[in-house]
Design a protein around this ligand. Structure first.
Ligand SMILES: Nc1nc2c(ncn2[C@@H]2O[C@H](COP(=O)(O)OP(=O)(O)OP(=O)(O)O)[C@@H](O)[C@H]2O)c(=O)[nH]1
Ligand SMILES: [Mg+2]
Length: 322
């Protein structure tokens, strides 16, 4: 689709600008640290303005690792806990033991080099952009400026000693931009569906947002989060009424539920740490599974005669071998 993404709604300030070449960029451009090939270097590649503390232990691959260093406050040493046990992706107190073992033995394959794509969807003005900005830049803008198309931010973590990057895609909630935004849904590892805890209609609409996002992704390969925003605006009584409904929706979707406030920052950091940790855990488990599948494949090849390996007639030997 020859989409020309309109001008960004919030220019500069470290937000990722879109590829003006059109089509799907995102993860596909991650290797293009020089930008999108059209001179429009995504601004999210700029290093965060906060002081960085390169930690030597964060660089097990030495000069191979060309991404920005990990900030000290992005180090995940223990599994961050869920917000509500009733709607959690899992309630284990620690990382899966095979994941911990793989990290200790540096058997995480390509996970340390990959960038995981997280898409953030939901109705207009529910607070998607503010949520990302609170975490990535520790800022909050009380004025509403609609996101036009999509924006993205990069966040680098270190999880169990392994570098891990998240690309956070902030999509537009306005109907007129939905078509553009949905072209960026593909290849997500996690889908974050945001609603406003003070607006029951926005909770109802989360089912449709999920359905649209899953059209572009394999449901068995993505992890889901349902996030209620603007918690600061509801009274405890209003909030607890809404939470019952939200937990039900989250259970239906098999999503993990969180409630946050980007204004006060309540739960925002914990939420993104949980996203990073669970995405990391599932990436390592997938990598281990791929590794063992490869080993089983090798064992089959070693133990087989050539005739076992080919369903059709065995390949002819080259003339020189006859
Ligand atoms: N009180 C309060 N207001 C919030 C919070 N989060 C967002 N807002 C306000 O809600 C409005 C919309 O926020 P945005 O983050 O721009 O909403 P959005 O979901 O990105 O909207 P689109 O880009 O149009 O899809 C802004 O005026 C914000 O200041 C919050 O946690 N508390
Ligand atoms: Mg927005």
């Amino acid at each position: 689709m020859g989409v020309v993404v309109p001008a960004p709604s919030r220019v500069g300030a470290g937000r990722g600008r879109r590829c003006l070449r059109g089509g799907v960029c995102g993860a596909e451009h991650r290797a293009e640290r020089e930008g999108c090939g059209n001179g429009d270097r995504p601004s999210a590649w700029r290093f965060p303005s906060a002081p960085l503390h390169p930690i030597p232990s964060l660089w097990p691959w030495g000069t191979m690792n060309v991404l920005a260093p990990v900030r000290r406050d992005r180090v995940v040493a223990d599994l961050p806990q869920c917000f509500r046990k009733e709607a959690a992706l899992h309630t284990r107190p620690e990382f899966h033991s095979s994941v911990t073992g793989a990290c200790q033995e540096q058997r995480t394959g390509t996970v340390g080099f990959k960038i995981s794509k997280i898409i953030v969807v939901g109705d207009l003005a529910v607070g998607k952009t503010c949520l990302i900005n609170r975490f990535c830049k520790d800022t909050f803008d009380k004025n509403y400026k609609a996101t036009i198309g999509v924006d993205f931010e990069m966040e680098r973590f270190e999880v169990l000693g392994v570098p891990f990057s998240l690309q956070l895609w902030d999509t537009a909630g306005q109907e007129r931009f939905k078509c553009i935004a949905s072209t960026y849904y593909r290849g997500a590892q996690a889908i974050v569906i945001v609603f406003d805890v003070n607006d029951v209609a926005s909770l109802d609409h989360t089912r449709q947002w999920l359905a649209d996002a899953l059209k572009e992704n394999d449901p068995s390969n993505v992890i889901l989060f349902l996030v209620g925003s603007k918690k600061d605006l509801s009274t405890p009584a209003q909030y607890s009424r809404m939470e019952k409904d939200a937990l039900r929706v989250a259970q239906e979707m098999q999503a993990e539920f969180w409630a946050v406030s980007s204004l006060t920052g309540e739960n925002v950091r914990d939420f993104f740490f949980r996203v990073a940790a669970l995405t990391f855990e599932s990436s390592v488990l997938a990598e281990l599974e791929r590794g063992s599948a490869r080993r089983i494949g090798d064992a089959v090849r070693i133990g087989s005669t050539e005739s076992d390996l080919y369903l059709s007639a065995p390949r002819k030997k080259p003339k020189c071998c006859q």
